[in-house]
Write a protein that binds this ligand. Structure first.
Ligand code: UTP
Ligand code: MN
Length: 513
């Protein structure tokens, strides 16, 4: 609405109008503009010396409208049986206001011309489209929609903390779809054709696109329960169920836990002791340094082993919550019993603050793995916490640049000589604790283990879902079983596994779903 005062002033001078631009005869379309705004704008134009007509006629050269498409204006003119009008320029209000400001008719640019609905749609609304399964898509670590994906991830975390796994996966799938988009989403229309966006996720996305925030996400983020459960599950060795039990007993913080004198298991004790370190991201440089330590251990206990950095770092992430390594030996069988030897070497060097080794229980027969694959890994595995010397991190160059995948041979012998340990008597401020996962795989299962341990978690879940639902196959970190042919499918590389699954190969850096 135009303020009354202004309207009065403008109308009082309308009688003195002069037409300074005889070649320009303007008609303002009332449709979507409203009578009062039209009256105000007409008076303003006349005051500036423009000829602004109250009704449409053959004289009109410029039809100006607001929030209309070309098609809508043409239809209106046709309804007035003024077909000749189609020769006049159909312009947007921007041309009029710019002309008012300039005090003369400005040059008509493309952006001033009304567009037809079809072209408006094409230009302003890019409808995104992605394949349904995350393992069919390339997802780099560039997230153009982090505001939306962070919100959905928080809701997924909250669902996980509440043991609502189905709901959690739905939010994670929705977040993964948005992570795969090449641009930032600006309207809900763009999402019309996307898979995996349930009603709940759409509601959250809409709130954030339109209002900048989602009430549900913010109230979850600030809820006592969510904050407490996040804090408690931040302790290594504490899962959602334990955290929930403690919360119901009134434990909300680390201090509460300490004074409660709850009996903690060995993992939880270590988790509590190194809480701050373990909740601080591990850098790539730190991961590489730990890689050197593990290589040195392998060289000492079983030369010829191969070690690969897996997990998020293999996907190109610059930080992680832990460091994951996969170890194998080219001679099948040599890897048996390797983990305890590695662990005792590391222990002797004073590197380990905590370790728990689990035995391999996955049997292999002539024809392949003897047990049907399942989602449970049965590799020799060591969950550990490393005591990592800090100092040398300042100069990454002080560390030899080694390949973080491949055989450990005499050419890596600097690893044995460099940086003589043990580090048992490092002063407290000279080291930090880092979570490290070591996994040993027989070479015959190595490609499956590598694929399974590279992640992301959602990418892995989607690979298994694709295998089961689309290909009638069962995929694990040990093997791929074809339920139709009733046989295991062998593979010597990740590429072969993707090929068995009928999927295009997705490089590790594109598996950040
Ligand atoms: P992580 O939990 O370490 O995740 O598992 P990440 O992608 O490296 O992320 P950050 O950076 O540490 O936070 C790595 C991969 O190992 C598999 C997971 O599926 C994931 O793909 N994994 C993990 C298993 O297969 N089994 C497990 O018990 C744990
Ligand atoms: Mn990891």
């Amino acid at each position: 609405m135009v303020p009354l005062k202004r309207r009065k002033v403008v109308s009082s001078i309308s009688t003195e109008d002069i037409n300074r631009f005889p070649n320009v005869v303007i008609f303002l379309l009332v449709r979507k503009m409203g009578e009062s705004r039209r009256a105000f704008l007409s008076q303003l134009g006349r005051k500036k010396g423009f000829q602004v007509e109250d009704s449409f006629s053959d004289l009109v050269t410029h039809v100006v409208s607001e929030n209309n498409t070309g098609e809508e204006v043409r239809m209106w003119l046709r309804s007035q049986q003024k077909d000749k009008a189609l020769t006049a320029q159909l312009l947007d209000m921007s041309w009029y206001t710019e002309s008012m400001r300039a005090g003369c008719p400005v040059q008509i640019l493309d952006r001033h011309k009304l567009q037809d609905e079809e072209s408006v749609k094409e230009e302003s609304v890019v409808e995104f489209s992605v394949p349904t399964y995350a393992c069919q898509r390339r997802t780099t670590s560039d997230d153009h929609n982090s505001k939306l994906t962070d919100a959905l991830t928080l809701l997924a975390e909250n669902a996980e903390l509440n043991n609502e796994d189905g709901r959690a996966v739905a939010f994670r799938r929705a977040a993964a779809v948005l992570k795969a988009l090449p641009e930032t989403v600006t309207s809900m229309t763009q999402l019309r054709r996307l898979p995996c966006l349930g009603e709940h996720s759409q509601r959250v996305i809409k709130d954030i696109i339109e209002d900048g925030v989602s009430g549900e996400v913010e109230s979850t983020r600030h809820s006592e329960r969510f904050k407490a459960l996040k804090c408690l599950t931040g302790i290594f060795g504490v899962g959602a169920k334990t955290a929930d039990r403690w919360f119901r007993e009134g434990i909300q913080t680390l201090e509460h836990l300490v004074v409660s004198e709850h009996e903690l298991n060995r993992a939880q004790q270590a988790g509590l002791e190194h809480y701050d370190d373990l909740n601080q991201p591990v850098t790539k440089a730190e991961a590489l340094k730990i890689g050197d330590i593990v290589k040195r251990a392998l060289l000492n206990v079983l030369p010829g082993c191969e070690m690969t950095l897996t997990g998020g770092f293999r996907r190109g992430k610059m930080t992680g919550h832990d460091v994951d390594f996969l170890i194998t030996h080219p001679d099948e069988g040599k890897e048996v019993g390797l983990m305890p030897k590695v662990v005792s070497w590391l222990t002797a060097q004073g590197v380990l603050l905590y370790e728990k080794t689990t035995r391999s229980s996955f049997l292999v027969s002539e024809n392949g793995p003897a047990q049907p694959p399942s989602n449970m890994d049965r590799f020799e595995r060591c969950f550990s916490i490393f005591k990592l010397e800090k100092e040398k991190m300042d100069s990454v160059n002080a560390y030899p640049q080694t390949r973080y995948s491949g055989q450990i041979t005499a050419s890596n012998s600097h690893l044995v000589e460099a940086n003589e340990m043990p580090n048992t008597h490092l002063p407290a401020n000279k080291w930090r604790a880092v979570r490290v996962d070591l996994v040993v795989s027989p070479i015959s299962q190595f490609p499956f283990a590598l694929l399974g341990w590279t992640g992301s978690k959602l990418f892995e879940r989607e690979l298994r879902r694709w295998a089961g639902h689309v290909k009638s196959m069962s995929l694990s970190s040990h093997a791929l079983y074809d339920n139709t042919q009733c046989k295991y499918l062998r593979a010597t590389s990740e590429e072969e596994i993707f090929a068995h699954l009928g999927l295009e190969f997705i490089a590790p850096s594109d598996r950040n779903a």
